[in-house]
Design a protein around this ligand. Structure first.
Ligand code: ADP
Ligand code: AMP
Length: 213
């Protein structure tokens, strides 16, 4: 099964993608994670995109399509979760072409609906484990022991450079200007299902499971 999780920054895509990986053995393809890895590795591409990401703008279609293509060519049988990709109509068209060329079928697109005030609260409290990638929140999902990841015991807990009020404003506007058009795009193709992302993590997960059934 291959799915897209579509939604604004902070909607809970990464949180739900990790559950699907754990429960179904699917492969999470997060372009945000790939770009952050490129930055950490110090690659030329990573250097090129750093300022754009910190400002909260989208990097070029060409770069993210290239990253996704590399992963698709590696192959996988359990299915992909596209998380944070596509984000423009150009990326959506490119993904269709790429999937078709590689004989991969897109099963459904799950839109996670969350309003702006909740997104701000979610993003301003987000931190993640630098070792295993577990996603936390100061209020709704703190670690059990202060400063230690519940999953892997690492103390490398991080906040993202772009999880600040100024960058978030830009990221939200980028979403409404460039990405939200994909809701109509996938609806018109009969591929869209929407879930109420304002619910708790368990309830959202249950609704996603229904959408995938
Ligand atoms: P995205 O990948 O869409 O940017 P994340 O999965 O990183 O979003 O979630 C953003 C923040 O919101 C994290 O701190 C996460 O713990 C929290 N979060 C995720 N889902 C929910 C939810 N259903 N209810 C409350 N908080 C949530
Ligand atoms: P995310 O981790 O999904 O919140 O993405 C973090 C940042 O990476 C975004 O604000 C963009 O700068 C960049 N990015 C991630 N995915 C894409 C994409 N599909 N298209 C363009 N830019 C992206």
């Amino acid at each position: 099964m291959n799915i897209i999780l579509l939604g604004p920054p902070g909607a809970g895509k990464g949180t739900q993608a990790r559950r699907l990986v754990e429960e179904r053995g699917m492969v999470q393809l997060s372009t945000g994670d790939m770009l952050r890895e490129a930055r950490t590795s110090g690659s030329e591409m990573g250097k090129k995109v750093a300022a754009v990401m910190d400002a909260g703008q989208l990097v070029t279609d060409e770069i993210v399509i290239g990253l996704i293509e590399e992963k698709i060519l590696e192959g996988n049988s359990a299915g992909y979760i596209f998380d944070g990709f596509p984000r423009t109509l150009g990326q959506a068209d490119a993904l269709n072409a790429l999937l078709e060329r590689n004989g991969v079928k897109l099963d459904t697109v799950v839109e996670m609906q969350v309003d702006d005030s909740a997104l701000v609260a979610r993003i301003s409290g987000r931190f993640t484990c630098g070792n295993c990638g577990e996603v936390y929140h100061d209020e709704t999902k703190p670690t059990q022991a202060d400063g230690v990841c519940d999953e892997c015991g690492s103390t490398d807990l991080k906040r993202r450079a772009d999880d600040n009020a100024e960058s978030l404003k830009t990221r939200l506007m980028e979403y409404y200007k460039k990405t939200s058009a994909l809701v109509g795009y996938y609806y018109a193709r009969g591929e869209l299902q929407s879930v109420d992302g304002l619910q708790g993590v368990e309830e959202v997960a249950a609704d996603i499971s229904k959408a995938l059934a």
